[in-house]
Design a protein around this ligand. Structure first.
Ligand code: RFL
Ligand code: PHB
Length: 389
């Protein structure tokens, strides 16, 4: 079998890249380890930057998003019982869009199927060959058969536990990691969101976040121990803890109900350098992870896809490899700025077990500065709505 680009991983990065390539007449095969149904049960991101929305439009996969998403022009920060808003529109004329990663992924799968683009599910034992040559290939097992796909390029979009990254030899691969001493316990519930904007709360009991998917679907998180067990949390315990961490004004009107999904995610920052090796290009979580506090994971995956798609397009349409050669350098510049922002949001809003009274005072001062300074709010708004590509 032969194609132009093999895309390993059928998550949002792989699917978006596949669709953009398809629109440009570049042939790609997507290899996904799971089933489509499994991929669509993962509840993750919910806040999309304009750049990602633009890419979905370019890929022809934004129709449902335009009908069903919500636009947010600001966000709320709470500190114990106090809160203040940051109006993005005062500082930048770009809002963010609230639309679930699950729905976005579904739209991309539907689009891929409607144009008969090839996706192989349940693939096992993916092996990359000759990535440093001009004729790489990928071998894998599908339905008990081993297949080999010859290609021009390989896009490693297989998330943080994928195989692609490990094809960059250990002696040239630099991995930077920061593990946070807590996790997020998340609940999805068919209830009315407590507020029309997201509420990021720093409380003496730890961080909490009130988010949403639509008018009848809310997403809430509370900071928990990194090694906490989901069985320790009944729905009632979760709602009680959330109420204790958000201002009374929100707690008193919180609409609670049975959770339809409940999970714990550990928080970590991670970057792999370089993001390219020969004809292999990494995109999204395969190359970097951010803690979810700034809603940047999926959005940073999208900026990688933007750079890689444009570089591949330049190669196929003009035989010009300049942008491909610079892919890692270009993508990493933005990746590190987003790492900084996500680390800052996480440090400013969470309760760290090792924090001293001094650290807590500095954290409080940081939030007061954010409340009072237009310069600090402008910086937050620029980063939150998304740095330019
Ligand atoms: P994914 O989504 O992990 O997809 C990778 C795909 O590759 C497949 N795979 C393989 N396929 C073939 N062969 C192999 N050997 C394979 N190994 C793996 C996997 O099955 C999977 O389908 O990575 P991708 O596409 O790069 O997308 C990244 C995003 O999913 C991720 O960054 C975001 O979900 C992070 N994130 C958020 N990002 C945002 O931009 N805004 C948010 O509001 C936001 N909230 C979140 C989040 C992540 C969270 N968790 C669970 C960590 C909230 C949470 C709680
Ligand atoms: C979400 O809705 O899942 C969400 C929103 C904002 C974040 C993280 C997660 O910062």
């Amino acid at each position: 079998m032969r194609t132009q680009v093999v895309i390993i991983g059928g998550g949002p990065s792989g699917l978006l890249l596949g669709q953009l390539l398809h629109k440009s007449g570049i042939d790609a095969v997507v290899l996904e380890r799971r089933t489509r149904e499994y991929v669509l049960t993962r509840i993750r991101a919910g806040v999309l930057e304009r750049g990602l929305v633009d890419l979905l439009e370019q890929a022809g996969a934004a129709d449902r998003l335009h009908n069903e998403s919500y636009t947010h022009d600001g966000t709320v920060f709470a500190v114990n019982n106090e809160h203040f808003g940051i109006p993005f529109s005062k500082y930048i004329d770009k809002p963010v869009t609230v639309y679930g990663q699950t729905e976005l992924t579904r739209d991309l799968y539907d689009k891929r199927e409607s144009v008969n683009a090839q996706t192989l599910f349940n693939v096992e034992d993916v092996v990359l060959n000759n990535v440093k040559s001009n004729a790489p290939s990928v071998e894998c097992r599908v339905a008990e058969k081993t297949i080999r796909i010859d290609c021009d390029f390989i896009a490693g979009c297989d998330g943080s536990y994928g195989v692609s990254r490990h094809n960059i030899p250990a002696e040239v691969r630099n991995e930077f990691e920061k593990i946070y001493p807590f996790g997020w316990l998340g609940v999805l519930a068919e209830t009315k969101p407590v507020h029309e904007e997201l509420v990021y709360a720093n409380s003496d009991r730890g961080f909490a976040l009130c988010s949403m998917r639509n008018q009848n679907l809310s997403r809430y998180y509370v900071q928990c121990d990194a090694n906490d067990n989901i069985d320790n949390w009944t729905d009632t315990q979760f709602w009680d803890e959330l109420k204790r961490r958000i201002p009374d004004q929100f707690a008193d009107t919180l609409d609670t109900g049975p959770s339809i999904e409940k999970s714990i995610a550990k928080l970590r920052s991670f970057v792999c350098e370089p993001m390219q090796w020969g004809r292999l290009f990494l995109c999204g979580d395969a190359a970097h992870i951010v803690p979810p506090t700034g809603a940047k994971g999926l959005n940073t995956a999208a900026s990688d896809v933007h750079y890689l798609y444009n570089a591949l397009h330049q190669w196929y349409s003009e035989n010009d490899h300049t942008a491909l050669d610079k892919y890692s350098e270009t993508a990493l510049k933005r990746v590190w700025k987003v790492q900084r922002f996500s680390w800052w949001m996480t440090s400013t809003l969470h309760r760290f077990p090792q924090y001293s009274e001094f650290d807590l005072r500095v954290q409080r001062a940081e939030l007061e500065f954010l409340q009072q300074s237009e310069a600090a709010q402008a910086s937050l708004a620029l980063n939150y709505v998304g740095l330019p590509y």
